[in-house]
Design a protein. Structure first.
Length: 211
């Protein structure tokens, strides 16, 4: 369990917990802020324009994060209040986009420290964790399976997906959970590491040009 990692390698465990909590909170904040711009104030009126983990994640999610290293968040939305049929997809994409942005920010920070200060191992590790965690969150949430954001994004362009029965949606969600438990989560982490590595290499190359 993740709690064992937290005990055996406190620095790594604490870094991952802090980064995951902040990243999920920003992800949910992005959903709420975009929904408000699109005409739906449901999330904003319930306090989700916040980075407070207690609001964005809840106690059960935070507990699971400490125990097994997995967490989640959710904001309420009312698509009927949105002004355009593609607004739900835009609101859904705002969350993963915030993680991709954070992945780039951590990569820039890593590149600057590596280029200017040399080998500050703990600092570089922190920024590397931040990069691949957010890269992985982007990959995970872009999967086109309910209840992930990728499903809502794709449904914005394929309206027939919204007409699927609750039973079908539940079955698809179960299949996703089963696949993650059977090892698909490792591919999500791999995708996050690949994205983070690309960003780190790109920004390090750019910085080296000016140094």
């Amino acid at each position: 369990m993740f709690i064992r990692t937290l005990i055996e390698d406190p620095f790594y465990g604490i870094c991952q917990i802090g980064i995951v909590m902040f990243s999920i909170c920003l992800h949910e904040y992005a959903h709420a802020a975009m929904a408000l711009k699109c005409g739906d104030d449901t999330a904003a009126s319930q306090g989700h324009l916040s980075l407070n983990p207690a609001i964005q994640m809840g106690s059960m999610s935070i507990l699971f994060l400490f125990l097994i290293g997995i967490a989640w968040g959710a904001v309420p939305v009312n698509e009927s209040r949105m002004r355009h049929r593609l607004h739900p997809a835009l609101v859904a994409f705002a969350g993963p986009l915030s993680n991709l942005f954070l992945c780039a920010v951590f990569a820039i920070a890593w590149a600057v420290v590596a280029a200017v200060f040399g080998h500050l191992d703990q600092v570089l590790l922190f920024f590397r964790i931040g990069g691949y965690v957010n890269g992985a969150l982007f990959c995970l949430n872009m999967l086109p399976v309910p209840p992930l954001d990728g499903w809502t994004i794709l449904a914005g362009f394929v309206p027939s997906m919204k007409r699927l029965s609750p039973q079908v949606m539940q079955n698809l969600s179960f299949i996703l959970l089963l696949l993650l438990l059977l090892g698909a989560l490792s591919f999500v982490w791999l995708g996050g590491e690949i994205i983070s590595t690309i960003f780190r290499s790109l920004f390090r190359s750019i910085i080296d040009v000016f140094l």
